[in-house]
Design a protein around this ligand. Structure first.
Ligand code: 13P
Length: 345
């Protein structure tokens, strides 16, 4: 393990004004996104979509530090034969790879999942390093029980998922790949922001205990958490300042200062909400770690709609991506303002 290299990569992933593009949708998930624009889920269409994003110069050079890829994408080439990995590198960004194989039903725990993918991971990581990946991602999924059911998440679910995250992280570091550790508390449901705080704290405390127990060096990791936020269908959803306050308070209580950076998932927030929340945290607090984005939907929804799968819309798709990337880049510095949303890229 080369800790200097790991730390250098981790710091570059959270460089000022930059964040991560999560483009690691599995074939099934990207298919669902394509349905919204009436596009067939073929390897060429998936390639064209991602090639368009990775060739978006301003977004990629100025606001994207790294891109999380899916197994198919890290092996794909652009129409002119350049590998997609090389396109990312040409923009000065770092290629990364999702290595978990998804959340599966957790035996004996109704409504809960455990993320799989540890079998053969050491060999897969060596392969991905050869293909150019310098960081990886593993997402644990934590559901919140609804209508007052506080048996979910169970201690069992939190324990097995955080244990697996730490095993993954240790294997990544052995392979000189920075692990993004992502314990995602799911936003769907009618739960309160207080309940989200409680569950997020429970997950993060357990995660850092497991990382310590398994010898993971925090200086060579990145945390990708959810924000502390009301459930999507909750009554009286908390406003921007409350989300920012409670998220910062939760992270300050759980995340050691040795962690080089925190990059949030968007988790189903609207584009502007995800930007406004990130901005509010950076504008109002002096924190031990940079806070930035590692968004999937909140970076891609607008360009996907503008592109709509048509070659003649590539410029419009890229303009939409430039805009969202710039808005989030500014939010990572606490310099975004809602009025800027009207500016064209
Ligand atoms: P969203 O920002 O769409 O939640 O995706 C980020 C991600 O990588 C989830 O694992």
């Amino acid at each position: 393990m080369d800790l200097d290299q790991l730390n250098e990569t981790a710091c570059a992933m959270v460089a000022p004004g930059k964040g991560i593009l999560a483009a690691d949708e599995s074939t099934g998930t990207i298919g669902k996104r394509f349905v919204s624009i009436g596009l067939d889920n073929t390897p060429d269409n998936r390639r064209d979509w991602r090639e368009m994003l990775f060739r978006t110069e301003m977004a990629m050079k100025e606001h994207v530090s790294g891109v999380i890829l899916y197994d198919e994408t890290i092996r794909q080439s652009a129409k002119d034969g350049t590998t997609l990995v090389q396109l990312i590198r040409n923009a000065g960004a770092i290629p990364g790879i999702k290595v978990d194989t998804g959340a599966k039903a957790l035996a004996g725990a109704e409504g809960e999942t455990v993320t799989e993918g540890l079998d053969g991971l050491r060999d897969r990581l060596a392969d991905y390093y050869e293909l150019g990946a310098r960081f990886a991602k593993w997402r644990a999924v934590i559901n919140i029980g609804q209508n007052g059911d506080d048996s979910v998440p169970s201690q069992y679910c939190i324990n097995v998922n955080m244990h697996a995250l730490a095993r993954y992280a240790a294997l990544c570091q052995e392979a000189n790949i920075v692990p993004i550790v992502e314990p995602e508390v799911i936003m769907d449901g009618n739960h309160s922001i207080e309940r989200c705080y409680e569950v997020t704290e429970f997950a993060l405390k357990t995660l850092y205990r497991e990382l310590f127990d398994q010898g993971v060096v925090l200086e060579g990791t990145i945390l990708k958490p959810n924000m502390v936020i009301s459930g999507t269908t909750a009554d009286d959803r908390a406003g921007i300042e409350e989300v920012a306050d409670m998220t910062v308070q939760c992270l300050a209580n759980c995340v050691p200062a040795a962690v080089p950076g925190i990059a949030f998932l968007s988790g189903g927030q609207s584009d502007e909400e995800a930007t406004a929340h990130l901005n509010a945290m950076n504008a109002s607090y002096d924190l031990p770690w940079p806070l930035t984005f590692s968004y999937g939907r909140a970076l891609q929804a607008a360009p996907l709609k503008a592109w709509a799968g048509k070659a003649e819309n590539v410029a419009a798709g890229q303009a939409a991506f430039n805009h969202r990337a710039r808005m989030n880049g500014l939010a990572s510095l606490g310099e975004w303002d809602a009025a800027m949303e009207k500016e064209t890229a």
